[in-house]
Design a protein around this ligand. Structure first.
Ligand code: FES
Length: 85
């Protein structure tokens, strides 16, 4: 099986309230459940995907025009400078 490099630019998770999900309001009227918030990983480093596990803290300090890779222990290496979309 091949390997893929995927660019993630976000350094914090998406916060999603269950009550905001399409169709969820039709399943329950429990007010607490509708307000329950989950955090979805957007940095790509979580070991508990799709949920955030706080690993995004390792991305803080990245420079916007640089590209980095992270190993399994989340050690950062810079691989490219001058990145533009
Ligand atoms: S956003 Fe990826 S671990 Fe938090």
């Amino acid at each position: 099986m091949g390997k893929r490099i995927i660019v993630h630019e976000r350094d914090h998770p998406y916060a999603v309230k269950l009550g905001d999900l399409a169709g969820f309001k039709n399943l329950t009227t429990d007010e607490k459940l509708l307000k329950y918030e989950v955090h979805i990983c957007a940095c790509g480093l979580s070991k508990n995907k799709p949920f955030c596990d706080g690993s995004h803290a390792k991305t803080h300090g990245e420079e916007s025009d640089h590209v980095y890779t992270y190993d399994k222990e989340h050690s950062r290496s810079e691989v490219y400078e001058g990145y533009k979309e």
